[in-house]
Design a protein around this ligand. Sequence first.
Ligand code: FAD
Ligand code: SF4
Length: 329
Amino acid sequence: MRPFDYERATDAADAVARAASRPEAVFLAGGTNLVDHLKLGLVEPELLVDISHLPLAAIEQEPDGTLDIGANVRNADLAAHPAVRRSHPLLSRALLSGASGQLRNLATTGGNLLQRTRCVYFQDVTTPCNKRSPGSGCSALGGHTEQHAIFGASQQCIAVHPSDMAVALAALDAQVSLLGPEGVTSMPVTELHRLPGDSPERDTVLDRGQLITGVRIPPPPAGARHTYRKVRERSSFAFALISLAAEMVVEDGVIASARLALGGVAHKPWRARRAEEVLHGAPAITETFTAAAKAELEQARPLEGNAFKVPMARAMIVAALKELAVETT
Ligand SMILES: Cc1cc2nc3c(=O)[nH]c(=O)nc-3n(C[C@H](O)[C@H](O)[C@H](O)COP(=O)(O)OP(=O)(O)OC[C@H]3O[C@@H](n4cnc5c(N)ncnc54)[C@H](O)[C@@H]3O)c2cc1C
Ligand code: SF4
């Protein structure tokens, strides 16, 4: 392991200044992803800026119902918070479907969003990988692709983003709050992660030294019902083959609103906008749900090894929407 310096930041501005002072600085939060990567030699920073003690661990609900979640809120605390369980149960379910109790006690909101892909070749430093070593090639293409993307992949990289929480936040139209050398800014969580294109080494649109300070979730629409589903190779302690966060409002048998995001299918949480377009204003019946799933999956480009994800995602979307509609037809 390459030796590195360690500094503990005193506040968010201090963390950003310290990270900006060195070209190869990284933030350390819970460390559940980063420390593994240090040990594997996937990252070799010259400076670790410890942000785990910054006062960014509060969850507050504003009078209009907006939830303000600090970047250092632990996954376990977020899942268990009464306001989250009441207003956004799919977020609790997504968090509880991830990792293990011990990991969730340590893992933070900011770190969860920025955890890196679980592509086995990315984690094996003996194999070519464009994400780890740009220009070296992609070992997954022509290798094992069961875990890989069916949407938005490129010839450079077919990896998927692993976070369950991010899928729920994408469906809920959450905003990410940021502090960087240029000041305070925010963006929709759906715009935080990027598709691989020709630069798969970049997971997100963040600039160097930008710190996630929190996440804001707007209140759900009245009458919304939610669900989070996840298919994985074993029933716990496993990443999603496919996951789905879904919210729907049905009024008099008609879909007033629907928000869907898929996980395990792309380099970013995949907001299912085409499916949503089919659902809006349509009757809440199985035919509509099937048409919505079809519209979304028409743009899938699976490989031989992960072609099973297309019918799996279709079945998951239809089943989840039927659950939310409490269909009687
Ligand atoms: C065995 C195992 C199983 C797992 N299973 C799942 C699963 O099923 N589903 C799932 O979603 N996750 C799973 N995880 C991943 C786990 O959720 C992440 O490791 C964790 O959320 C990362 O959070 P952290 O605070 O420990 O981040 P760290 O490891 O500290 O950091 C991760 C990255 O984020 C950056 N970072 C951290 N905080 C900030 C910030 N505020 N601003 C800017 N950059 C920041 C760091 O520099 C680093 O690059 C699993 C992990 C393990 C080890
Ligand atoms: S899919 Fe991406 S992360 Fe995996 S080996 Fe290819 S380039 Fe690397």
